[in-house]
Design a binder for this molecule. Structure first.
Ligand SMILES: NC(=O)c1ccc[n+]([C@@H]2O[C@H](COP(=O)([O-])OP(=O)(O)OC[C@H]3O[C@@H](n4cnc5c(N)ncnc54)[C@H](O)[C@@H]3O)[C@@H](O)[C@H]2O)c1
Ligand SMILES: N[C@H](CO)Cc1c[nH]c[nH+]1
Ligand SMILES: [Zn+2]
Length: 434
């Protein structure tokens, strides 16, 4: 064992399952203490509106704000964009263009058809009236998350896009504001955490109530979204970042180590796991980790994340690797393999899949085009990347003529009487031919 920085597991260890589950669970964020605090914050905002919003903002973001400071005016967004260094502005614009082009392919259209009985059926697609976008900002600023959240909403045709972003220590991030200008946000509030989610869900005098809240965030944000779901829609639970890399000896150990670091540097709760069937390659990645870690600017965060939620797992073969991938249902899956296409059909659960040595997750995080807001904590088993479809709703369309209604009413009245619902039955029977 050359590595002290990351957990080492072998699939045939007697305690493999227990250790793996412990590692995976740690980053799931189901801490009862967090739930208790978030419930309190939500109740505070519901009951005391802006007073509570301001109080929690000053407490948790270490601010000395007045209520007026919680609104970031459009002029500040434009000024941030105008003040941006040319290279940064071009990069933001390039990323925005790529993200828009990808998401335009996701637009769902309304459709209709006439069935054999002359009944017109269909689905009408409409955008949300108002969406709330959470942009994380506690430990790092995420202009890329502004683009990833707002552009699909705009492509869907959402009426109003309201963005919230925490502003710790009263420091606004100009790149985040510039991204909001490029993406076309309608209103921005300098608030974050559970209090921002509660304000968007219930509305306060300052913050308008939205129909759906989207966007990633830390354990407080994820818990708040869970708790307001039903009152408003939510996209998914997108918590701390995760990467799972399946690699063989054709991969460069330094590239693999850096890709693990890239997600570990987000957060102490981030998860970074390598699976390989090559024990010698596992040793080489472990050595790369030891050598490269001290060079990292965020070495402390990376070291904690690797120690708590990181692992190098050695398995017998590709079948065992595939079974583990689907069990972990990772947010990001890198297939750093000589033949990634051969492995791809085995993958059933993953938020985003990166094929081959050149498809680094970091490229997808910023600018490849697909969304970087992805299901975490194994929710890729039932949930998908954020997309235009999250901002569109569907209404069913049913249009009967007299002949079609006569046909349907026969079936409907029989079933309604079977259910003992006579008003339903008679309503249907009125539509029958005399
Ligand atoms: N899945 C994705 O697409 C994606 C993208 C970017 C970032 N992320 C993840 O988002 C997360 C961002 O987390 P972050 O912390 O940097 O920013 P954040 O905006 O999610 O959280 C900051 C807020 O947390 C609240 N908070 C912090 N400590 C608290 C406490 N003790 N009690 C109550 N509230 C508290 C504060 O209100 C603060 O405003 C990271 O885990 C990162 O991995 C995910
Ligand atoms: N890896 C994060 C979650 O998908 C996205 C991100 C933003 N900036 C850098 N990375
Ligand atoms: Zn990232």
């Amino acid at each position: 064992m050359t590595s002290h920085s990351i957990n080492r597991l072998a699939h045939d260890d007697h305690d493999f399952d227990v250790r793996l589950e412990a590692i995976l669970e740690r980053s799931e964020g189901n801490d009862p203490a967090i739930e208790g605090r978030v419930r309190e914050i939500i109740a505070g905002v519901r009951e005391r509106g802006d007073d509570a919003l301001l109080e929690y903002t000053n407490r948790y973001d270490r601010r000395q704000a007045q209520l007026a400071d919680l609104t970031i005016p459009q002029a500040a967004l434009t000024a941030a964009l105008d003040g941006l260094d040319a290279e940064l502005r071009a990069a933001l614009q390039d990323a925005a263009d790529r993200v828009r082009r990808y998401h335009e392919k996701q637009v769902q259209q309304s459709w209709r058809y006439v069935d054999d009985d002359g009944i017109e059926l269909g689905q009408q697609v409409t955008p949300l009236d108002r969406a709330g976008v959470y942009v994380p900002g506690g430990k790092a600023a995420y202009p890329s998350s502004v683009l990833m959240n707002v552009i699909p909403a705009r492509v869907a045709g959402v009426g109003e896009v309201v963005m919230v972003v925490p502003t710790p220590d009263d420091q606004r991030n100009p790149l985040v504001l510039a991204a909001a200008a490029i993406a076309g946000v309608d209103r921005v509030f300098a608030i974050g955490g559970a209090q921002a989610v509660a304000a968007l869900a219930y509305g306060t005098e300052l913050v308008p109530r939205v129909d759906k809240i989207v966007g990633p965030g830390n354990a407080y944000v994820a818990m708040a979204k869970r708790l307001v779901f039903g009152r408003v829609g939510i996209d998914m639970i997108a918590g701390p970042s995760e990467v799972l890399i399946v690699a063989d000896a054709s991969a460069d150990p330094d590239w693999v180590a850096m890709d693990l670091f890239a997600q570990a540097e987000h957060d102490e709760l981030a998860s970074a796991i390598l699976i390989t069937a090559d024990a010698d390659f596992a040793e080489r990645v472990a050595a790369s980790i030891e050598r490269l870690l001290p060079e990292m600017e965020r070495a402390e965060i990376i070291a904690t994340a690797l120690r708590d939620n990181g692992a190098i797992v050695t398995v017998a073969d590709a079948d065992a690797a595939a079974a583990l991938v689907n069990r972990m249902a990772p947010e990001h899956l890198e297939l750093a393999l000589a033949d990634p296409e051969a492995f791809l059909p085995r993958v059933r659960h993953a938020g985003a899949i990166f094929l081959g040595h050149y498809s680094a997750e970091s490229l997808g995080d910023y600018c490849a085009g697909p969304n970087h807001v992805l299901p975490t904590s194994r929710t890729a088993r039932f949930s998908s990347p954020l997309g235009v479809y999250d901002f569109q709703k569907r209404s069913s369309i049913i249009g009967c003529n007299a002949a079609g209604a006569d046909k349907l009413a026969q079936t409907a009245s029989v079933l309604a009487r079977g259910e003992g619902l006579t008003a339903h039955a008679r309503s249907a029977e009125y539509r029958r031919k005399p």
